[in-house]
Design a protein around this ligand. Structure first.
Ligand SMILES: Nc1nc2c(c(=O)[nH]1)N[C@H]1C(S)=C(S)[C@@H](COP(=O)(O)O)O[C@H]1N2
Ligand SMILES: [Mo]
Length: 197
């Protein structure tokens, strides 16, 4: 009698240590937008950081592109349960943008062209953990994926990676953004399955 042994090839997603709990792997790149795709021209594009003393630090498109651009290879995880491994981006580290910004606030609100918002602890966008991404897979970022520029914060669920990023506003306390007001978790750690309240 033949003994057929299954389960040793590691195909089961429960056993893939690279996949957070409750996620499945996809190879395509789904588009998830709460509203229409805004038409943001690079000639008009501006990004700003607004601090507690109401100072506004701004960069136009050319100024952003003159900053050091890093290559980021990372997995991404959407709260709707898809994960995508090994995505490649190019972008400017948020650390670079905060180099001349001083603040005592510990939270931020990311604001997008089109009105989307999402909240984050400041510590989660500093320390080499977040970027303004300008390219995906060797190409300028498609408008539907947030082009010309989006936040990339791969260690949190992907709703925190605001597409069409417009500004970062410092906040003394943690306030809910768009999805967070609609039931999503305030923090969104995919490894702890912090999906909804
Ligand atoms: N401005 C904006 N950013 C956004 C969203 C949005 O609706 N508007 N959706 C979020 C959600 S829920 C996810 S999963 C990702 C999806 O990014 P993608 O469309 O490039 O896959 O963008 C996030 N950033
Ligand atoms: Mo999402």
């Amino acid at each position: 009698m033949a003994v057929i042994s299954r389960g040793f090839t590691g195909r089961s997603r429960e056993h893939n240590p690279q996949l957070p709990p409750g996620q499945y792997l996809t190879t395509d790149f789904p588009v998830l937008s709460a509203g229409p795709t805004p038409d943001v021209k690079t000639a008009d594009w501006q990004f700003g950081i607004r601090t507690d003393d109401a100072t506004l630090h701004t960069w136009n498109w050319d100024e952003l592109n003159a900053l050091p651009i890093e290559t980021i290879d990372t997995d991404i995880h959407c709260v709707t349960r898809w994960s995508k491994f090994g995505t490649r981006w190019r972008g400017v580290s948020i650390d670079t943008l905060f180099a001349d910004v001083s603040t005592t606030d510990r939270y931020v609100m990311a604001h997008s062209y089109g009105g989307y918002t999402t909240n984050l602890p400041l510590a989660d966008i500093l320390g080499g953990k977040a970027w303004i991404a300008l390219e995906f897979d060797g190409q300028p970022l498609d408008a539907e994926h947030g082009g010309p520029a989006r936040l990339l914060i791969p260690h949190l669920y992907f709703w925190k990676s605001a597409k069409w990023i417009h500004s970062i506003e410092m906040m003394p306390t943690d306030e809910p953004g768009f999805w967070e007001q609609n039931g999503y978790n305030m923090y969104g750690d995919p490894w702890l399955e912090q999906r909804y309240w």
